[in-house]
Design a protein around this ligand. Structure first.
Ligand code: ZN
Length: 183
């Protein structure tokens, strides 16, 4: 059984221990605040201006590819007007999957069934192939720099849909379009 003296002594020890604990917490908070402040200053002083300069130079050097993306979206809109929805599930959104000399493979974004379109029945495919070849670097850069200023800008400006692209899907599958004719 503890005597009143023991209880008083134990209370004092506990109070002293919690005071030390509180001091450590204060020190830790101060260190964290200083660290976060340092990171913010670094971002504003070096990282943001560096990324802004990189973005501006890159956009200037790749203006032709940015134009190709606009052309491609126009061509896909045209193709979508003449193409039927997915014959399997009736969905109206397709993603590009593969493109060769004479044919284009598109995939339904819902049921993942592929459809092959032939150049002889769809002459526009030849134009789509030309615009797509100029687009590879744009797709790669947007994907690689998506956490940087340039990637964020490209994601906002271009019509790529990386949400529909799974990890191992071809890069080109980030390009999607709508089909307007019923299945
Ligand atoms: Zn489908």
């Amino acid at each position: 059984m503890l005597s009143p003296h023991d209880i008083t002594s134990l209370s004092s020890q506990l109070l002293a221990a919690s005071a030390i604990h509180f001091e450590y917490l204060l020190l830790l908070t101060a260190l964290l605040t200083a660290l976060i402040g340092g990171v913010i200053v670094w971002l504003e002083t070096y990282e943001f201006p560096r990324q802004r300069r990189f973005k501006e130079v890159w956009l200037h050097q790749h203006s032709q590819e940015l134009y190709s993306e606009k052309v491609l979206m126009g061509l896909l809109e045209k193709l979508g007007r003449d193409s039927s929805c997915c014959s399997h599930c009736g969905h109206d959104e397709m993603q590009l999957w593969d493109i060769r000399d004479k044919f284009l493979v598109v995939r339904c974004t819902r049921c993942k069934i592929n459809r092959t379109m032939c150049m002889f029945s769809e002459p526009i495919i030849d134009e789509i192939r030309e615009s797509t070849s100029a687009l590879c670097r744009l797709l790669e850069t947007t994907n690689k720099k998506r956490d940087e200023m340039l990637g964020q800008y490209l994601l906002g400006r271009l019509h790529f849909n990386y949400f529909k692209k799974r990890h191992k899907d071809p890069l080109i599958s980030a390009v999607t379009f709508r089909t307007l004719s019923p299945a």
